[in-house]
Structure formats: C-alpha cells, structure tokens
Design a binder for this molecule. Structure first.
Ligand SMILES: Cc1ncc(C[n+]2csc(CCOP(=O)(O)OP(=O)(O)O)c2C)c(N)n1
Ligand SMILES: [Mg+2]
Length: 329
C-alpha cells in the first residue's frame, strides 16, 4: 500500500512525469484532430490540469474505483486505462472502451477501476458514495474517488453526498478540480465566496485546499486521504486549485463562449505542472535525455493508438438498441 511521503523519490516522480506527459500529448493530438476536422466528438480537454489525475491515481490501487465527468481523459489514462481503447472511443469506433457508443464523455475501464464518466454535472458524486458504501458492506477495503469541477459544488447532490458520506464515515475522496470557471462563468460570478473547503468542514470532514499544479502536494494529500479512508476514518474533500488552458470544450486557447481569459492564462502557463515536475527531476539529477526518451515513447504510443482507432470499424447498426431499456407498464 502506498505510504505518506512529502517528496516522492526520483523513480516515482519520473513515472508521474510520464503519466502527465501521456495525458498532455494525447490531448494535444486530439486537439489537432479536431482542428483538422477528423474528429467531431465534443472533447473537453484537461490540458494544464494533469497533476491532479496523476497525483490522486498514484495513491490508489487498481482495485480502488474512480468516477469522472465530462473532462476525464486524464483520469482514465492516469488510472491505467488503455490508450488505444480511449482513442478509438473518441473516434466512436467499435473497439472503443465504450464500444463506440459513448465518445469522449462516457468512458470506462472497469478492469483498472475506471467505473464511468458522466457529463451531467455532479452526476457521479453520489455514485462514488454508493461504491464506497458497497465496499464497506463487502469489507474489501477499497476506496472510491470522485473527480468533479468547481461547478459541481453548486449542485444539490454534491452536498447530499458529502453529508451521507460523512455520517456513514465512508471511504470516499471528493476531488474538486477548481479551474476557476464553469463553462464561461468565473467562480465569483456564480457565488458570494471562494471557500469550497468549507463544504467539508461544514459536514465535519477535512476540507483541504491545495495547489493542484504541484504533483508532490497532490500525491501527499492523496496518500493521507487514502490512509484515512482505509482506516475507517471517513471521507476527505480536496479542492485542487488549477486552470484549464484550452476552452471549455474544444481546442481553442483563450476564449470561452465569448469570455477572454488571456491575462489569467498567461499567468497560469508559468505554473505548468509538467514543467515544474521536470525542474524538480533535474534538481534530483535526472538527465534531460531521460525526459526526452519519455517524450519519444509517448509519441510512439499515441501514433499507435491513432493508427488503431483509424483502422477500427464503426459499430454495427444492429447494435443500436443494445443496452437500451424501457420501463414496462
Ligand atoms: C446538470 C447539468 N447542468 C448543466 C450542464 C452543462 N454543463 C456541462 S459542463 C458545465 C460546466 C461544468 O463546470 P465545472 O464543474 O467547473 O467543470 P469544468 O468544465 O470547469 O471542468 C456545464 C454547466 C450539464 N452538463 N449538466
Ligand atoms: Mg470548472
């Protein structure tokens, strides 16, 4: 089981660097495919936010479960989801992780604990609480994690879920990726105060605010929260401060439904989680050739995933009604 640490050792940090690079380069490839009009699936990119998915998933075992939302390519990859199956899903091909029925926003890899992502804002938060309750009933000591945006904390069932998890001391971790915007609206256009951690303390659970672009801080907080959950001490709410570099949906850099974010983006680019991690690795003595090799291996992996997706067939029309149910009566 992972243990609490302040600075991850060099090998571990190198692997987390690799995880963040895989997420960033994968999404940059997806962005290019959208610009080239080869992809039409709406994609919400997490470029700039990679340290959160990576640091949290690093603290988890394969048997722990994660739940995501519309911006979840990073969660899927960080937890060990297959890159080929993700690319094929974004291409809506039959070999995709949801057999081409889901696209970018409905992805899963249950074999590694990616149980599902749903673009209805806050939708998977109560489901993650249910998974934590199931794990207590089974006695298997698994932890569940729900990733959601700052906008989700304005939904009723976020608060209901934190309450139930706190009352039952369930092994669930609420990870709020606060990128300061919900679609085109800034945080303080939507609420009177900027105090998401208070939603934890209001229910008697730890509510923490951390730098979501600092991989070491994310891992340390995740490890402490996982230990707490496994010890039966209940849930934790972690607010990870971050910023998305691209538009709410699609590849654009500085605009969001008419909102210019250029000034803020410029500032956040200087807090790049990957560049910060590279600096730390070099401080620890890792040669730049090691980082170059990670880039090259990632480039090859993405090229392979792209070739796989392009050459995969579309789902058959005969499957259209599969998994579709109606309530009898
Ligand atoms: C219940 C619900 N309301 C509205 C929407 C439309 N919608 C999709 S994403 C989004 C913004 C979510 O913002 P946030 O939770 O901060 O996540 P981010 O996109 O910033 O990662 C909205 C309003 C939706 N999908 N579901
Ligand atoms: Mg947001």
């Amino acid at each position: 089981m992972p243990h609490v640490e302040t600075t991850p050792d060099t090998d571990r940090l190198t692997e987390m660097y690799r995880s963040m690079v895989r997420i960033r380069r994968f999404e940059e490839q997806v962005a290019d495919l959208i610009v080239a009009r080869e992809l039409g699936t709406p994609c919400h990119l997490c470029i700039g936010q990679e340290a959160i998915a990576t640091g949290i998933c690093e603290a988890l075992e394969t048997t722990d479960t994660i739940w995501g939302a519309h911006r979840s390519h990073g969660h899927y990859l960080a937890k060990g989801g297959d890159m080929r199956a993700l690319m094929a899903e974004i291409f809506c091909r039959s070999t995709g992780c949801s057999r081409g029925r889901g696209g970018s926003m409905h992805i899963c890899a249950p074999e590694v604990g990616v149980m599902g992502t749903v673009p209805i804002v806050a939708a998977t938060i109560p489901i993650a609480v249910g998974a934590a309750m199931a794990s207590v009933l089974r006695g298997d000591n698994a932890v569940s994690v729900t990733f959601f945006g700052d906008g989700s904390t304005e939904e009723g069932h976020f608060h209901e879920s934190v309450n139930l998890a706190a009352v039952r001391r369930l092994p669930v971790i609420f990870v709020c990726e606060n990128n300061l915007y919900s679609s085109h609206m800034g945080l303080l256009e939507r609420r009177a105060v900027d105090r998401i951690p208070d939603f934890g303390s209001a229910h008697g659970i730890p509510g923490l605010r951390i730098d979501g672009n600092d991989i070491g801080e994310v891992l340390k907080t995740a490890n402490e929260s996982v230990e707490r959950a496994r010890a039966g001490d209940g849930p934790t709410l972690i607010e990870c401060r971050t910023f998305r570099w691209r538009g709410h949906v699609g590849p654009a850099w500085d605009e969001d439904v008419g909102v210019k974010r250029k000034g803020e983006l410029k500032e956040w680019l200087t807090r790049d989680p990957i560049a910060r991690c590279a600096d730390e690795l070099q401080r620890q003595g890792v040669a730049s050739s090691v980082l170059d090799e990670i880039e090259e291996q990632t480039r090859q992996e993405i090229a392979d995933a792209l070739e796989f997706a392009r050459s995969s067939p579309a789902p058959s029309g005969n499957e259209l009604a599969n998994h579709v149910y109606r309530v009898a009566g």
